[in-house]
Design a protein around this ligand. Structure first.
Ligand SMILES: O=c1ccn([C@H]2C[C@H](O)[C@@H](COP(=O)(O)OP(=O)(O)OP(=O)(O)O)O2)c(=O)[nH]1
Ligand SMILES: [Mg+2]
Length: 147
């Protein structure tokens, strides 16, 4: 079990910490810590605060992903999906929402706007090489096997 610390930031005692809505949910839902309702016009993007900062073990990352219900019903998604929370980030976690729908969408304080999924990262060390090992695919990509 990985221990992740959430620190509620001042004035947000009423905002729930990220939580799973079902026992085996992959994502912890994030709540908007906006002081007043915020409206996104069609095509508009805004950075929405969540009211907490966090600390997780160094081999974890957290991904901020859209909620499919908001995407389907209102065209609301995360512009930088999936957003990346680095293990050494101690600032407020924020969600970059964009309205791809055709109607304005208003975010109320406390509303669930996105979800956070934790991932374990492999240890990686990079080194420069003059040659790379051959493969059957080689440099083929971007649909070279057909559609
Ligand atoms: O949706 C997001 C994406 C990022 N962050 C925070 C946590 C993350 O650790 C930090 C940096 O994010 P990222 O590496 O994606 O952005 P960057 O443009 O590379 O900024 P930096 O130079 O600060 O790494 O910003 C969020 O709160 N929400
Ligand atoms: Mg970065």
């Amino acid at each position: 079990m990985h221990q992740v610390l959430f620190k509620r930031l001042g004035g947000n005692e009423d905002i729930p910490l990220p939580s799973r809505m079902s026992e085996w949910a992959a994502g912890f839902d994030l709540h908007a810590a906006v002081e007043e309702p915020v409206t996104l016009a069609p095509g508009e993007r805004k950075l929405i605060p969540t009211g907490f900062a966090m600390a997780m073990p160094a081999d974890l990352e957290a991904q901020i992903r859209p909620r499919s219900g908001l995407a389907l019903k209102h065209g609301i998604t995360c512009l930088n999906s999936p957003g990346t929370i680095d293990a050494d980030y101690r600032g407020e976690v924020k969600v970059l929402l964009v309205n791809l729908g055709q109607q304005p969408f208003t975010i109320e304080r406390g509303e669930r706007i996105a979800q956070m999924v934790f991932q374990q990262l492999p240890a990686v060390a990079i080194s420069e090489a003059d040659e790379l090992p051959d493969t059957v695919r080689g440099a083929g990509g971007f649909g070279h096997t057909g559609v």
